[in-house]
Design a protein around this ligand. Structure first.
Ligand SMILES: *Cc1c(COP(=O)(O)O)cnc(C)c1O
Length: 366
């Protein structure tokens, strides 16, 4: 019998599926302990949980679970547009902002095209490019793991369709300066879609204004999400902001009800809860400063972070990851990012951060 692989799209052979952070339930089962005894600092989730206002809105919407959601996402798109001085026509919702990366593939990528990313960029860009038969060109970073936008310009060829600029970047936590972005935007060819992935935007103190390029009608899209500062990762809801024309194209690529109504209700209420976002940022700022100071004390190299996670060099990353697992702590190994000496740890509550540091000290060699 011939393998059904012979019938599959050839680019799928090479595709290595996304490896998510280890779920709490998996580790609880393996260790035979309660899920409540496990600390997960692996997926940059909000340790405070969702906004109480988002929870209330979602509970109300549960009673309407028999109805299809508003496929047009009217209220949520309207609220996002109003927040950023745009029109509803400038906003698209996704099942996580990850889904919008897929829409960009459906809309613009053909086999043989090129997508330019940074060396240690978020894995999903490569996965989506591969899905559509496009090649990913990874540009080396500047010292300090900073995305190099001058080198990115040099990497653009007539085949380049998309460039990803991720600030803060995952897994490095580094940002790109406003000057570097302005220089880049002054030179990038109009035929290249610039994707600003800003999943961690709200954690940055003084972020560059990339929405100005949307307002100017440039070939850009700005991606943000409710998964990180909003603490709604389980709902899968993110959004993209772009010219009305770009949004019109992307809308054609999505399923009619891609974002469920409970997610829309939770996101809408969460967006308005600025107090919850302020608290989350304060907890993150405090925890990040604590963790970075502890890494310095332990003489561990780390990348100063602008987001809610830190990349830290621990020696044998896989061994440390596994030793921490045995102590009920889940971090993220970095082998798939070709950083085998590093792990990425999300900022938790101060209690979680302290437990993590204590366990780390136990498992570090020497
Ligand atoms: C977490 C993250 C996202 C957002 O993912 P969702 O699909 O919205 O949950 C996007 N980009 C980067 C770089 C991320 O780290």
């Amino acid at each position: 019998m011939t393998s059904v692989w012979n019938l599959a799209n050839p680019q799928l052979r090479e595709l290595i599926s996304y490896e998510p952070g280890k779920p709490i339930e998996d580790l609880a089962r393996e260790l035979g302990i309660a899920p409540g005894d496990i600390i997960k600092l692996a997926s940059n989730e909000n340790p405070l949980g969702p906004s109480p206002k988002a929870l209330a809105a979602m509970r109300t919407m549960l009673d309407r679970a028999n109805f299809y959601p508003d496929g047009g996402g009217y209220y949520l798109r309207e609220a996002i547009a109003e927040r950023f001085g745009l029109r509803r026509e400038n906003v698209i919702l996704g099942n996580g902002s990850n889904e919008i990366i897929e829409f960009l593939g459906h809309a613009f990528l053909r086999p043989g095209d090129e997508v330019v990313t940074s060396e240690h960029a978020f894995a999903v860009y490569y996965l989506m490019a591969q899905l559509f038969g496009a090649r990913t060109v990874e540009v080396p970073e500047q010292p300090g793991f900073i995305q190099d936008l001058e080198a990115t310009l040099q990497a653009i060829t007539p085949k380049t369709r998309q460039v990803y600029i991720t600030s803060p970047n995952n897994p490095t936590g580094t940002v790109v300066s406003a000057e570097a972005i302005a220089q880049f935007m002054a030179q990038v060819p109009e035929s290249v879609t610039v994707v600003f992935d800003e999943a961690y935007h709200e954690f940055v103190d003084d972020p560059p204004d990339t929405l100005r390029y949307v307002r100017e009608g440039r070939n850009v899209i700005v991606l943000r999400t409710f998964s990180k500062i909003q603490g709604l990762a389980n709902l899968r809801v993110g959004y993209g902001m772009a010219s009305a024309e770009m949004i019109e194209i992307l809308q054609k690529t999505r399923q009619p009800f891609n974002v469920n109504g409970i997610a829309q209700a939770g996101a809408l209420a969460g967006l308005a809860d600025e107090e919850h976002q302020r608290r989350t940022k304060a907890v993150t700022d405090e925890g990040r400063a604590y963790l970075q100071a502890e890494f310095a004390r332990l003489e561990l190299e780390y990348v100063p972070s602008h987001a809610n996670f830190i990349l830290v060099r621990v020696g044998d990353g896989k061994a440390i990851f596994e030793s921490l697992l045995r102590r009920g702590i889940i971090v993220r190994g970095m082998n798939s990012y070709k950083l085998p000496e590093w792990v990425r740890v999300s900022v938790g509550t101060m209690d979680e951060n302290r437990r993590f540091v204590a366990a780390l000290e136990e498992v570090l060699p020497g």
